[in-house]
Design a protein. Sequence first.
Lengths: 775, 173
Amino acid sequence: MTPAGRLLLALAWLALLGVLGWAAGRSLDLGGDLRDFMPAPETAEQRLLIDELGEGPGARLLLLSIEGAPRETLAAQSRALASRLRAEPTIALVANGDADLSAVPERLRPYRYLLSPRASAGGLSREALAEALQQRVADLGSPAASLVEPLIERDPTLELLHLAERWQPAASPQSIDGVWFTRDGRAALLAVQTAAAGFDPTAQERAVGGIRAAFGSVRAGTASRLVLTGPGAFAVQVAGRTQREASLIGTLDSIAFALLLWVAYRSWKAPLLGALPLATAGLTGLAAVALAFDGVHGITVAFGFTLIGVAQDYPIHLFSHQRAGLSPWASARSLWPTLGTGVASTCIAYLTFLASGVDGLRQLAVFTIVGLGSAALATRFLLPALIDPTPRDVALWPRMRALWRRIARWPRMGFATGIALAGVAAAAVALAPGAFWENDLSRLTPVPADALAHDTRLRGELGAPDVRYLVTLTARDAETVLQRSERLMPVLERLRSDGAIAGYDLAARYVPSAATQRARQATLPDAATIARDLEAAVAASPFVPDAFDGFVDDVQRARTAAPLRPRDLAGTPLAGSIEALLIDEGDGATALVTLTGLADPRRVAAAVASTGARLVDLKQASESLVAEYRGRVLAALALAAVLLSLTVWAVLRSPRRVARVLAPMALTTLVVLALLRLAGVELNLFHLVALILAAGLGLDYALFFDHAGDEPDEQVRALHAILVCSAVTLLVFALLALSTIPVLRAIGTTVALGVASNFLLALLIVRRPVHGANA
Amino acid sequence: MRTPFVELRGSRLLKAPLRIEGEYQRPADDVLVRQVRVPYVETSTIRGGGVTIARGAASKTYPLDRAPELAGLQSSFGALLSGDRALLENHFRVESAGSRERWTLRLVPREKAMATRVRELVLHGRGAELRCIETCPVKGDAQRTLLAGAAQAAAGVREAAALAALCAGTPAR
């Protein structure tokens, strides 16, 4: 084939990949919900955690403060922002201290006499009415007359206003000019609950964007600024930073990859052709996952692209072994047993992820197996048609030759030395101080320290609920759970007055049980009584006789209506707070009690236990979930190691060769673990994934050194190929190791260390002594 | 600065308009205090987009954005009491008429939210003295606030017509 024809074929391949990428992108539903990447929860706490992670009141809460302007400006902007946000579809609830009557729709307003305890506690007696009417006269003479006048015809005791005030969070911040302020009075505070789940980064991004835009127009040129914190805001911030840094590193990596290949082969076509199998791996893997699964998790894609990094090495072996007089097809055929063994054993190892029972890991298995398989097949059956058949033989490069001669004089590592190294590394792994595993999910994607400080400050000021502890109460249905919540409320109130907690929130605070509502109905005055008492009170007041006709109707409707159930609130602004606090699943209902200013968890746990409620530690549940997850990954890996060894055994069929080929990756894993442990690093899932990649690379290096045999020219070519492979990988992951983001740093450091160690150990263990005169 | 006032507040819910006496105070540029002395004691403070009404031990705050006429009251009143015409022009179209001895200013709200509730404010004055603010809502009767000299002249006067005449500055018959 002519050079022009080869180039055309390469471009056609590229175009085909483009089409595949486009098709995969169309059916790709990329999700960011962390829950999809977690194993199925088993304990009640874990189930709660999985619910809490996305839907819980804590995860959906955003804390806002407006600061940097005079107090009056801040108060006005807090009100303006709240009223804008209440109209946003992405926002479920806005609280800024300003009691919002619009939370109660017209049709539910008669229920005020059932939801509030005042009416049934004598709030509608003749004396109470007379006193209320006096106050209403003064209201009509006040600056708020136009606000109050339309309300009082049906509601002369302003029950609705009392209700709205009752619904304000129990531990509210101080109120200045009717809106919440920090204790020093320098910042106005708002609490916003998003409609979307907390760990759905795209939905949170929309909500956060909406809030910023609304503030932008409210701010209108004043000096004030908005501080926005909370899990959703953090998720957006961290995702943005990770993406920016990863894409910067990705760009640098591409440039480095191209330069290195260009230098290594003195050909501008090498980087282009070298990238084709990797691109093939990525796109076929992505397409396979997009087709096989409903939604692809973002972490699958990130981990997947890390693991298929091995595919970058496939074309390099082909390039380094190509020389005049050898057809590329023949070269590919002779390399295939070695390349194929590496790919097959790695793919068989990944098969174990399919049996892990975790959807995210199954996706990862499909992605890597399809990706690596197609990259290997492409290298075997497509790439030979494209490469230059007559490059300079790297075995004849004087410098390569000199390097090879120097290396050939190095001692080879024997069995005893290997065992000793393994022993030292294992001892370091076992004896290094510090915790072995990092179980805290949040540390994988840490929030910048200044943002965390803002969050702590706002949480304290706003009395935001504790994110770690929750009280739960479970019963067979919503009504029973509400009744038991009402029995729990005096206990919580006692804990509050004792200072064990600063406040609490639960669904029964908004909607009492049907039993309580029926009891209140029984004490409401009948039509004749209320009409008589009202008439007497009106007669003694400046009001016209028929001013409050609607009021008598409303009280009668409240007396006879079916009690309000939580689900009747669907579609109202109140639904947000209640749905988050009351999980009604049909086969049982759970009430969540959020706590504020929790001082003594053990005391709270003991106190609530008397009513059958439980204090749940979400952090512990999350850590047990992570530990279980890791357990499954480790079990899969143990099985994978066995399968991989068997595959290599089946191909090489000599115990000595098998031991030599497997030794570098096994030793490297131990050495890298030892180095990480000695450096004080606590290991997490990302380290594990990185170690898997490093092991896969190590296997390939060892196989190719083994393949080279004892023939000098072949050894020089293998050395060149493996040198280029490890240099490229080392460069790519060393850049990643420089990242400021712990997840990227963990992967980068581990793989970079692994590549260096694998290269050296493969050289020292697998390389064979040379036969022949020209050594 | 402070000035006495007499107000008549009518409502379709009341048999007769409510007569209120007290004092307006302006302790700071963006704060307006309305102190009611008769027939009950009440202090309202308009500040930072809210009005806080304190009566006895109880106090309640209402947001101004749900009662745009209150926001207008704060800005117009503030501007008038401090004689800041430019500030007034920000919120209203201003038309003046009459003589120095008996002038009127018609203020038509520029802001849409306020214009849907308040048709116009008519201010009556004599020389440097603002004597009466007439608030004409889109629906319902005008509310009058007699200030300064007019408030003093209104002492003991109870009939609505007489108070309306005092507001407009026509000599009482």
